[in-house]
Write a protein of this length. Structure first.
Length: 64
C-alpha cells in the first residue's frame, strides 16, 4: 500500500480508511470536494479534532 511505503503508521491508515468509508456510506461522491466539505462540517457529533482527521484523510485521498 502506498501509505505504508510512505511511512504512515498502521493506525493512521486505518483511521483514514474509516473516514473515507464513512463518507462513502453517507452517499458522498469523493470526487466532489465541496460536498465533502459540507458533509464534514455538518457532523454535529464530531468534535473539531475528529473533523480535522476526516479532512486529513480526504486531503490524502485527493493527493493520490
Amino acid at each position: 500500500m502506498r501509505m505504508r511505503a510512505q511511512g504512515y503508521n498502521d493506525s493512521t491508515i486505518q483511521n483514514y480508511t474509516k473516514f473515507l468509508k464513512l463518507l462513502r456510506k453517507q452517499g458522498e461522491n469523493l470526487e466532489d470536494p465541496e460536498s465533502i466539505k459540507a458533509t464534514i462540517a455538518e457532523q454535529e457529533s464530531w468534535n473539531n479534532s475528529t473533523k480535522c482527521l476526516a479532512v486529513a484523510a480526504y486531503t490524502y485521498y485527493c493527493s493520490i
